[in-house]
Design a protein. Structure first.
Length: 380
């Protein structure tokens, strides 16, 4: 993909989402401000959202030098201050913003590490196969689409604002509904991305592997990007020869590494979905009455059906593709080499699936139980 091509816009969703997040409030600033002047709770929500937008753009586009810990503290401080003002006293909900922000930043750091590892191994290591480069480019685009979650928060703000004015919601209810709409939107957006990543995992590198030449342009971004400099790679692709068994095994293992990028990306999205779903359970007077067990069950099922199964399907399809030209003893040997002996199948199945789907609800449940016990002791 070259700069100036008709698909160039696809590598800039982060900036498109950020631009819309800044522009859209301005487009509706006049009507929302007018409504806020006659409905004080809406005015309070406008002030909070404006502060959130300013903080988000400051941390996104300015090299503050705060690091990951500073980013967590900045977001948590703004939200905690708002909660403290609304509630008027310390509450267990003050622990939610730093917990959510911390897990999100930690998952982002982990994913960046995995991406950089496979970039070094397969790109900078000069393993010159065009289909691998194409999948890495696709993965880059997939990561950038997550910044469109900003638009979900924006839609939640507009929805809560207009509904709050016409239904005359109180300040607390208006903030709760805004939080509820934002959480549901992000959880739904995460599920949508998991489905797309699962489809990619089940198909990637097992079809369309004919000889080709591709040129890739990695977009240079801010210091928060996973890809920090512009690199252009032009490489040719040559299928492993039928009698080159070592090349076939190497191809299979490296293809699994590329596929695992989507695997871990989806698994972290399951973590995000479980985290926001658990936070939703803690919202009082919520529209959908679900519990922590429901969130855990849905997230574990999602991890198995939409993450683990597509990964196995993709690897199995690739193994069949690479062994179909063999027969007899050679076919048996190649099946063994591409079977369970391959590190391509080495995954911490139970730990990863249960960890992503169960740990956030479990942590939130323990937090709720501890908070209720502390509240009882202190008679809050």
């Amino acid at each position: 993909m070259h700069i100036g091509s008709k698909n160039t816009w696809r590598i800039y969703p982060r900036f498109i989402g950020a631009f819309l997040l800044l522009l859209a409030p301005g487009l509706l600033l006049i009507p929302i401000t007018v409504l806020g002047l006659s409905h004080r709770p809406l005015l309070y929500l406008e002030v909070f959202f404006f502060a959130l937008v300013v903080l988000h753009f400051f941390l996104t586009f300015v090299n503050t030098g705060l690091g990951h810990f500073g980013t967590i503290v900045a977001y948590a401080a703004l939200v905690d201050l708002t909660i403290l003002i609304l509630v008027g006293r310390p509450t267990i909900y003050l622990l939610l913003p730093p917990l959510v922000a911390g897990l999100l930043v930690a998952s982002s750091v982990l994913l960046a590490y995995l991406v950089n590892h496979h970039l070094i191994r397969n790109v900078l290591g000069k393993f010159r196969r065009a289909d691998f480069q194409r999948e890495l480019e696709t993965f880059q685009v997939e990561l950038r689409y997550r910044h469109l979650y900003n638009i979900i928060i924006l839609v939640a703000f507009y929805t809560a604002s207009f509904m709050g004015y016409f239904l005359q919601w109180t300040t607390s209810l208006l903030f709760l509904r805004f939080t509820e709409f934002a959480i549901l939107g992000i959880a739904g957006g995460s599920l949508h991305r998991i489905v797309k990543d699962g489809m990619r995992m089940s198909r990637a590198l097992s079809e369309d592997v004919s000889p080709s030449v591709i040129s890739i342009c990695w977009s240079a971004g801010s210091a928060r990007d996973y890809f920090r400099r512009m690199v252009e790679i032009a490489c040719g692709f040559e299928r492993p020869k039928v009698d080159d068994r070592e090349a076939i095994v190497d191809y299979f293992d490296r293809a699994a590494e590329i596929r695992k990028l989507f695997y871990y990306s989806s698994l972290l999205l399951v973590l995000v979905m479980a985290l926001y779903g658990s936070a939703y359970v803690m919202i009082p007077c919520r529209l959908i009455m679900i519990g922590f067990r429901h969130v855990a069950a849905v997230c574990v099922f999602t991890a198995i059906a939409l993450v683990q199964v597509p990964y196995y399907i993709g690897q199995k399809r690739l193994a069949l593709e690479l062994t179909r030209s063999f027969s007899g003893t050679e076919w048996r040997e190649m099946r063994a080499l591409l079977g369970k002996q391959s590190p391509a199948w080495d995954l911490l199945h139970t730990g990863e699936l249960l960890g992503a789907g169960v740990m956030p609800p479990l942590v939130m449940w323990l937090l709720t139980v501890g908070g209720n016990a502390l509240k009882h002791v202190l008679n809050w």
